[in-house]
Design a protein around this ligand. Structure first.
Ligand SMILES: [Zn+2]
Length: 229
């Protein structure tokens, strides 16, 4: 195939890129240890090693239960339209699963911390663009925010945060389509090995929808109160 044809193919593939993505792999993060057969076995018999060999299903349920106790808030100050559950969506022609929720919002909309805790890392990469990792106060849940237009200049790694703090602003950095600003929001359990960017993903979709309904009802109540004055 001629080089020009290859280039055209590459351009066509880029143009077809869906509004998202990938697993976050921060630049400069320590290289993962080589996988061992034990680590790659997905159907390890339950209870061969007490406390270790839980099925992935029960691990997911435990992660979800943990996340539910955090009462996360909607991590954007404004939303464009409905929030879709894109957690199980395929990415890169089925090479990957999204394992995150994309929340469409106007460019420049404040990105709000979904939970209390602290900032783990602020860095840029080709897929996620301008990104931030944060962790909950118990050190059990990791949150990943990607495609930021820019950070809140008040933020820095290690800083303590509370729900609703502005982390940054919605944009299209990384591989987000230029005309589809959105927040790529991902939740993971902190793994035992401390490699927070590789933790087991948790689907926050249901909790985000609940958080949005809660916020909307508060806003409606405020509007009504203002009218009655
Ligand atoms: Zn995404």
């Amino acid at each position: 195939m001629r080089p020009s044809a290859l280039l055209l193919l590459a351009l066509a593939a880029g143009a077809c890129a869906r509004p998202v993505l990938y697993y976050p792999e921060p630049l400069g993060a320590p290289a993962p240890a080589p996988a061992t057969p034990a680590a790659t076995t997905t159907q390890a018999p339950v209870a061969t090693q007490e406390g270790v060999a839980a099925s992935s299903a029960s691990a997911s349920a435990a992660g979800m239960a943990e996340l539910r106790t955090r009462h996360i808030i909607l991590p954007v100050a404004d939303v464009s339209g409905p929030i879709d559950d894109s957690f199980d969506a395929e990415r890169d022609d089925g090479e990957r699963t999204h394992h995150a929720i994309d929340i469409l919002a106007p460019r420049g909309t404040p990105i709000l911390s979904a939970d209390d805790g602290r900032v783990l890392r602020m860095s840029s990469n080709t897929l996620g663009g301008i990104t931030m990792y944060t962790i909950d106060p118990d050190g059990q849940l990791v949150y990943y925010y990607a495609h930021m237009d820019h950070y809140n200049p008040e933020m820095s790694a290690g800083r303590s945060i509370v729900k609703g703090d502005t982390l940054g602003f919605v944009g299209t950095t990384g591989n987000a389509p230029p005309n589809t600003p959105h927040l790529h929001f991902q939740v993971m359990r902190m793994p035992a090995d401390g490699k927070y960017w590789q933790g087991e993903p948790i689907n926050p979709f249901t909790l985000l929808v609940e958080a949005r309904m809660a916020r909307d009802s508060v806003m409606a109540a405020r509007t009504e109160a203002a009218h009655n004055h």
